[in-house]
Design a protein around this ligand. Structure first.
Ligand code: FE2
Length: 360
């Protein structure tokens, strides 16, 4: 048995208003006055002075607004990197991502691609990155994905939707300021929060489970229940707890894996561009046969929060479309092995996945 030796985020700040400490945190990391910090900021914050006025720009620092309407792509990473290289004289001092999972994943990937040759799609997979990334910081503004702690950056490439999983991917610094999550639209709050809930269910019911993963997964699940089931928290308590649930859920899957919902949701997303949070919910809703208790509570939470999932999203698809989706889903072997076990190929067949997709 060879146990994984995995890197963790070495520095983290937690607290309401801690975003104000960004300047003092990054200043010592500035290499010189010509090596700027590049801020990748979700464009939903354009014109929102309560957030943007607190982004500390000096010297040649740049703020790039990025849309998170679509899942992050390898081509998008390449374009951002090229834009940075062409517009500045020296390698940047650091990349700071301010936003949700999409922006955080882009920040990780850009920081890797500034020191590694080729295109981002060359590095989709496990442990393909050769050189350390430049300094990178996450400031999450929505909770649930676990992107702030994970060792991956999930990108849609020309051939697959797959993460750049490497020891250089995790952030050097994370700033957890729950106050920044105050303006999220309710549906997005729910879908992204459910990403965390699904991480817990997939981790806790997986064959890879160990005490490390279990201890984080159980805590994250308890926090999710406090937020989405009990309904007795103040808005502030709920923001604080969901931010820590996301963290613990991410830690839980770091030492195990996700499962059926993520494998199938990657297929959906690759073909239809479905966003990760909602895609997971659409899939998870039909996974009673794999996660009976988890799906039961999920349906209960949907009811409590009056969430209506889109229906019939696969209704117009032809055989070729199903082929593509199922190929992507089945290619995620570690996810299936975690969910079902070493013999997963005996029970997880093309037709079984097709029947499930057809329900969605
Ligand atoms: Fe996820």
């Amino acid at each position: 048995m060879n146990y994984k030796n995995f890197p963790m985020v070495p520095r983290v700040v937690f607290g309401r208003g801690s975003f104000n400490q960004l300047n003092e945190i990054i200043t010592p990391k500035r290499l010189n006055t010509k090596a700027p910090f590049i801020f990748l900021v979700d464009d939903v914050f354009k014109g929102k002075a309560w957030l943007t006025s607190r982004i500390p720009l000096s010297y040649d620092d740049k703020l790039l607004y990025i849309s998170s309407e679509e899942e992050p792509k390898t081509s998008q990473v390449d374009a951002i990197v090229e834009g940075i290289i062409l517009s500045i004289k020296e390698r940047p001092s650091g990349i700071i991502g301010v936003g949700g999972g999409t922006i955080m994943d882009l920040a990780k990937a850009v920081s890797i691609m500034l020191t590694n040759e080729g295109t981002a799609s060359d590095y989709q997979g496990w442990d393909l990155v050769k050189n350390p990334a430049i300094y990178h910081v996450a400031v999450p503004t929505i909770s649930g994905t676990g992107a702030e702690v994970s060792r991956t950056t999930v990108l849609t490439g020309p051939e697959k939707k797959l993460g750049i999983n490497s020891d250089y991917t995790p952030f050097n610094q994370v700033i957890l300021d729950p106050e920044l999550t105050k303006d999220i639209p309710k549906n997005q709050w729910f879908y992204t929060g459910m990403d965390c809930y699904i991480h817990c269910i997939e981790s806790l019911n997986g064959t890879y489970l160990n005490t490390f993963s279990q201890s984080y997964g159980e805590k994250a699940l308890d926090l999710c229940k406090e937020v989405f089931v009990n309904g007795k928290l103040t808005a502030e308590e709920s923001q604080d707890k969901l931010m820590m649930a996301s963290w613990h859920g991410g830690m839980s899957i770091a030492y195990s894996q996700v499962g059926v919902a993520h494998a199938m949701s990657y297929g959906l997303s690759y073909l239809l561009g479905t966003k990760h949070g909602i895609g997971n919910c659409i899939v998870f809703n039909y996974l009673e046969e794999f996660y009976p208790e988890g799906v039961k509570l999920f349906k209960d939470m949907m009811k409590r929060h009056n969430i209506d999932l889109p229906k019939g999203i696969c209704a117009h698809l032809d055989d070729e479309h199903y082929d593509t989706m199922i190929k992507v889903a089945l290619s995620l072997e570690p996810l299936w092995e975690n969910a079902i076990g070493k013999d997963w190929k005996k029970t997880i067949t093309y037709d079984r996945l097709k029947a499930l997709y057809q329900k969605m």
